[in-house]
Design a binder for this molecule. Structure first.
Ligand code: GLP
Length: 251
């Protein structure tokens, strides 16, 4: 595992964008696993800048997103499809038919999960998977549990996730209670993984996930077993993991 500490959020975003750009440049037909949440916004902004500068093209790139709220339409301004359109897809040359997000409006959840698993398989898997971290260690929407869910599935969101995400909605009541998410096996099958975390409120979970025991109670802890993980954190998010003495590359 490579661990980078950056001086602030802006520098974290540039580092993460550089890592993704390097993948796209070395393999213009790569499959990007993409994430939502507030942390990757700066990364996407930087990728758009690189595209505008003529340094990057997504023309032959395919993408597959981690998750989507159940019952939100792609046009809903809090759906993850909408997030991806407004933060990245609308601003670069990725082909709309090459972008994939679970369908929040699918009537049959089981069929939608199967369809999404098949989409990922048909692409030959993910080359680089971007991940943020939930405060409880969730990745995608794989919540703490007593087992690691394998493939795409429908989850009941935990109270802590609903509370953390209510800032994006008019009220807590409007936060969907369920979501589709890629499973842990699919995430672990990505050829490489890039985890980003920013801010003091992520310091505890970063430390637990990357230096604590591997347990489904902290879903992100499984990443310790992946052979190609890069963790990029700003100083604040890194503060507690740093105290454990792990080897860190400071930027
Ligand atoms: C959501 C998403 C996750 C994301 C997490 C952290 O619950 N499903 O994929 O990593 O939030 O979000 P943030 O980056 O806003 O802290």
């Amino acid at each position: 595992m490579r661990i980078y500490e950056t001086k602030d959020y802006d520098s974290l975003s540039r580092k993460a964008a550089n890592i993704i750009a390097a993948k796209v440049i070395s393999n213009p037909e790569c499959v990007l696993g993409l994430a939502t949440g507030s942390t990757p916004i700066g990364t996407y902004k930087r990728l758009v800048e690189m595209y505008n500068d003529g340094d990057l093209s997504f023309k032959n790139v395919k993408s597959v997103n981690l998750d989507e709220y159940k019952s939100l339409s792609p046009e809903h301004d809090q759906s993850y499809r909408y997030f991806m359109q407004t933060n990245l897809f609308n601003h670069v040359d990725i082909k709309p038919e090459n972008t994939n997000v679970p369908n929040g409006l699918a009537e049959n959840a089981e069929e939608e999960c199967k369809r999404y698993n098949d989409v990922i398989k048909s692409m030959g898997g993910v080359d680089i998977q971007l991940l943020g971290l939930g405060h409880n260690g969730h990745i995608g929407f794989n919540e703490p549990a007593d087992y690691f869910p394998l493939d795409t599935h429908l989850v009941d969101l935990t109270e802590s996730t609903i509370k953390a995400n209510k800032r994006f909605f008019a009220s807590e009541d409007e936060v969907p209670r369920q979501a589709f998410t890629m499973g842990i096996r699919t995430i672990m099958q990505a050829k490489s993984i890039l985890v980003i975390a920013s801010g003091k409120d992520k310091a505890e979970i970063v430390c637990k996930a990357f230096s604590g025991p591997v347990t489904p109670n902290v879903p992100a802890s499984i990443l310790q077993l992946h052979p190609d993980v890069t963790l990029v954190c700003d100083k604040e998010a890194m503060s507690l993991l740093k105290e454990t003495g792990v080897e860190i590359i400071s930027l």
